[in-house]
Write a protein that binds this ligand. Structure first.
Ligand SMILES: Cc1ncc(C[n+]2csc(CCOP(=O)(O)OP(=O)(O)O)c2C)c(N)n1
Length: 296
């Protein structure tokens, strides 16, 4: 690990600014790429597209306690796109929920870091996910529970297009608009590419913002650049700007972001990272880290 990243991570409880978050996201992307290659497994594309979203959440936004993962007042995160588990695990490990070295056990049988996150075994995981489309309903339940119990915590659901292709998501969208729980946010990682094709080929979602509005949601007028930490922080300011719930934010992202030959390609949804791709990809990821370090 290079010094600047190490310095930042030694203060992991503080709220980082946009440039620091950009460096952390670049570094975390390299950790994800490295772990997937070492373990001979996939799901790089969707993990990479969410890197800035989760880095900004875990290192700027969330009220959580790594030494008390079940703290009742903690903010909740539901990674509805549970196949991107390596992203969530990388955040949780570097935020102090479990040892960073444990990432090397990713997707090994009988370990805590299974291919899809398990809330029963891994500290910091608020919900077990993996079957697309469940996350929003579960998040709604968490947000309603906050209201019921007089708590102020926030609930964030991170969803890809695959989740929004599931009918259950639209039932949850309807229910949330009826019950209007506070501090409830849907963050859409809109990379427009799924497992075996583009979203337009599989099941188009456009006009997505209009659909969400028609379902009764408060939708951010701007579709933010979800791979730009300044814009993600801007979206957080929007979340705080009024009291109209539920809220949805659409983030334009790039699947496989950070490694040129994986960007925008569904073939890199679940592919194993072979040695040659690893070598070439790491050169790009490390160059990005150096560039972001120099900008601090
Ligand atoms: C109900 C269900 N159907 C199918 C799958 C298999 N599957 C896993 S990921 C995926 C594509 C997801 O695409 P997207 O939501 O765009 O993911 P991202 O690009 O953000 O990783 C599919 C079809 C699943 N996990 N659950």
């Amino acid at each position: 690990m290079n010094t600047t990243v190490e310095e930042l991570l030694s203060q992991k409880e503080r709220k980082f600014n946009a440039k620091e978050l950009a460096l952390l996201a670049a570094y975390f992307r390299s950790v994800m790429f490295d772990t997937l290659h070492t373990r001979g497994t996939g799901h790089w594309g969707g993990a990479a597209s969410s890197a800035e979203l989760t880095t900004c959440l875990y290192f700027n936004r969330l009220t959580i306690k790594s030494d008390d993962p079940q703290w009742e007042d903690r903010d909740r995160v539901v990674l509805s796109k549970g196949h991107a588990s390596i992203n969530l695990y990388t955040m949780l490990a570097h935020r102090g929920f479990f040892p960073i070295e444990e990432l090397s056990t990713f997707r090994t049988l009988n370990t805590r870091l299974q291919g899809h996150p398990c809330m029963k075994t891994l500290p910091g995981v608020d919900m077990s996910t993996g079957a697309l489309g469940h996350g929003l309903s579960i998040g709604l339940g968490m947000a309603l529970a906050a209201r019921q119990s007089g708590k102020q915590y926030w609930t964030y659901v991170i969803s890809g297009e695959g989740c929004l292709n599931e009918g259950q998501s639209w039932e949850a969208l309807m229910s949330a608009a009826k019950f209007k729980p506070g501090h409830f946010v849907l963050m859409i990682d809109y990379n427009k590419v799924q497992l075996d094709g583009t979203t337009d080929e599989i099941m188009p979602l456009e006009p997505l913002a209009d659909k969400l509005k028609a379902f009764g949601w408060n939708v951010a007028e701007k579709a933010y650049d979800g791979n730009n930490t300044e814009e993600v922080l801007e979206s957080f300011a929007w979340m705080d700007s009024d009291n109209q719930w539920p809220k949805a934010v659409i983030y334009n992202t790039v699947k496989g972001k950070g490694v040129s030959f994986t960007e925008g390609k569904n073939t890199w949804h679940g592919a194993v990272i072979d040695d040659d791709s690893y070598t070439k990809g790491m050169l790009e990821l490390n160059a990005d880290i150096e560039k972001k370090e120099a900008s601090l």
